[in-house]
Design a protein around this ligand. Structure first.
Ligand code: ASP
Ligand code: MG
Length: 459
């Protein structure tokens, strides 16, 4: 069985971090690791900026950005190898940077940047980071192989946000990757990039390396997908708001999805879905604190705790539609949502009363247009600058009294709307934006600081 170890750009930003990552890979050697890397630091941003400058015909800026990328990798190499950089590595980095410069020149000449060309340009980031890292592992006398992810990560031709072909990826992995994987040896490959059936380079979209890791993990039947980053997992609340927030030891996929939807950062659940579907646990870990806490996300929750965590999002707009005549009539809600839908307003929470319906809308929803359509038959009240605070937990539905504890903890914070998610793992409260952080702190203190999650060592 193999493990996937994925490292994000922030974990690869300096020679010191690369050494740390190499130590983690060494420790994982018995697990036949497949190491999936992002581009180092902000390289992908620099490559985008270079491509956009070239498209404007601004050759000077394009070259400057490209030379920053070249210099950054030369510095990383110097930090690792000192004066004894392997000549093959120097040649590989030069080849990749030269190809990049030529592509940018081409774009500048034509002043035309197709999504396909952009993908070819930005793929340089992952190719450079993996070349450099594989060379460092070799220098450290680790048995390793650099592997071009494009040999197996088959996608369609929607450049910039390509759709992976899961069945084909699995076949290709069985043929190309599986035979290379064995205990004692590390495979080093790229996140984010793939290729079409015709062999043209594609990308999965910004931040796509997590998705690559999950896709590869699912395709090879890994025992774990490890996402190494710069936080100790998914937190019970935003630690900037709640200093006592702690990484959640165990999360179900549904809980992770709810927390992300309501504002938790870290990782986009959709990207880890391929692994979850195959029941492969996904862990989120801190590269600089490998022995610290971390979060394990599984298809089903194993924590046994009623609440997993809190997330909050603002601003949202609370819109209340009141109609004594219409509301009881069949089709009123359909009519209301048809108006929202036609104006592209996405609704998060809904609560209904006898003569009114309240919903939260994104702050950029076209409120005037919506109001104009609804006002002929209903009163419309719009309250901007609200916040949604979501209490998320798989066992919320099974634990009597949770709602009472939530409301008691809110104390005198004025709650304007309460909504129990249809999946019953999310209890959401709408409050004024000025009360958002206060409510999160109160709820965390009352509900999440009393008993520590099982499996999460106290500091
Ligand atoms: N390097 C890519 C990006 O910055 C992919 C990733 O980091 O996941 O978006
Ligand atoms: Mg990322």
């Amino acid at each position: 069985m193999t493990k996937i170890l994925k490292f994000g750009g922030s974990s690869l930003a300096s020679a010191e971090l690369l050494r740390q990552v190499a130590a983690l890979v060494r420790a994982a050697l018995p697990d036949a690791p497949i190491v999936v890397l992002s581009a180092s630091g902000k390289t992908t941003d620099a490559l985008h900026a270079a491509a956009r400058a070239a498209e404007r015909g601004d050759v000077a800026v394009a070259r400057e950005r490209a030379s920053e990328v070249r210099t950054h990798h030369a510095e990383l190499a110097r930090g690792l190898f000192g004066d004894s950089m392997p000549p093959e590595l120097a040649a590989e980095l030069d080849l990749e940077c030269t190809a990049l410069e030529r592509r940018l020149d081409g774009v500048a000449l034509l002043r035309e940047l197709s999504p396909r060309s952009l993908d070819a340009i930005v793929s340089a980031g992952e190719l450079l980071s993996t070349r450099l890292f594989a060379a460092w592992l070799a220098r450290e006398e680790l048995d390793c192989e650099w592997f071009d992810a494009r040999r197996v990560l088959r996608t369609d031709a929607r450049f910039g946000s390509a759709e992976p072909d899961v069945a084909r990826i699995r076949e290709l992995c069985e043929r190309e990757l599986g035979p290379r994987v064995r205990p004692g040896r590390a495979i080093v490959t790229q996140g984010y990039i793939g290729s079409t059936a015709a062999g043209v380079t594609t990308t999965l979209g910004r931040g796509g390396s997590d998705w690559s890791a999950a896709l590869l993990g699912a395709a090879v039947g890994a025992s774990e997908v490890q996402i190494w980053t710069d936080v100790e997992g998914v937190y019970s609340a935003d630690p900037r708001v709640v200093p006592a927030a702690h990484p959640i030891a165990e999360l179900s996929f549904a809980e992770a999805a709810e927390l992300a939807a309501f504002g938790a950062k870290v990782l986009h659940p959709a990207t880890i879905q391929p692994a979850i579907e195959r029941r492969i646990p996904v862990t989120v870990r801190h590269t600089a604190r490998p022995n610290g806490r971390f979060t394990t996300i599984r298809a089903e929750a194993a924590s046994g705790r009623p609440l997993a965590g809190l997330a909050s999002r603002s601003p949202v707009t609370l819109l209340t539609v009141t109609s004594t005549r219409m509301l009881a009539q069949a089709g009123f809600l359909a009519r209301l949502f048809e108006v929202f839908g036609r104006h592209g307003a996405s609704v998060d929470l809904v609560a209904t009363a006898e003569v009114s319906v309240s919903s939260t809308l994104e702050p950029d929803a076209p409120l005037d247009a919506i109001r104009a359509e609804l006002e002929p038959f209903a009163r419309v009240d719009v309250v901007p600058d609200r916040a949604i605070v979501a209490v998320v937990g798989e066992r919320l539905k099974l634990t009597p009294g949770t709602a009472a504890r939530v409301l008691a903890a809110a104390g005198e914070v004025h709650i304007e709307l309460i909504s129990m998610g249809a999946n019953e793992i999310n209890l959401s409260l709408v409050v004024g934006r000025e009360d958002e952080h206060e409510l999160v702190r109160r709820l965390h203190a009352a509900l999440l600081e009393t008993d520590r999650p099982t499996g999460s060592p106290a500091r």
